[in-house]
Design a protein. Structure first.
Length: 99
């Protein structure tokens, strides 16, 4: 068992909270943004509904990959790599020029 000092434990808790906040915010922003994205990119509702499915599929696929990887490799590295990739992908979504 790893023993943390109180300051280290507090830093870890704050970091985990921030990570969950970013992921939760990203998840809950997709649904309300769909009507705006539909108007912006002139996409019908039938097609825009696939956006939520694709988003959920991405989460599911990463979960299937990250689980076995974190068992075999260092979990901190897998989690950090996943968070960095997630952050970059979220940032790049802001520069999308099409649906």
């Amino acid at each position: 068992m790893v023993r943390f000092k109180i300051n280290e434990r507090r830093k870890v808790i704050i970091l985990l909270f921030l990570i969950m906040f970013v992921i939760g915010t990203d998840v809950f922003l997709i649904s309300p943004l769909i009507p705006t994205l539909q108007k912006l990119f002139q996409v019908p509702t039938k097609i825009s509904g696939w956006m939520m499915g694709a988003y959920a599929l991405g989460y599911a696929i990463f979960a299937l990959i990250a689980g076995p990887l974190s068992d075999g490799w260092d979990r901190k590295k897998v989690m950090l790599s996943g968070m960095v990739c997630f952050s970059i992908a979220t940032f790049l979504c802001g520069y999308a020029s099409s649906f």
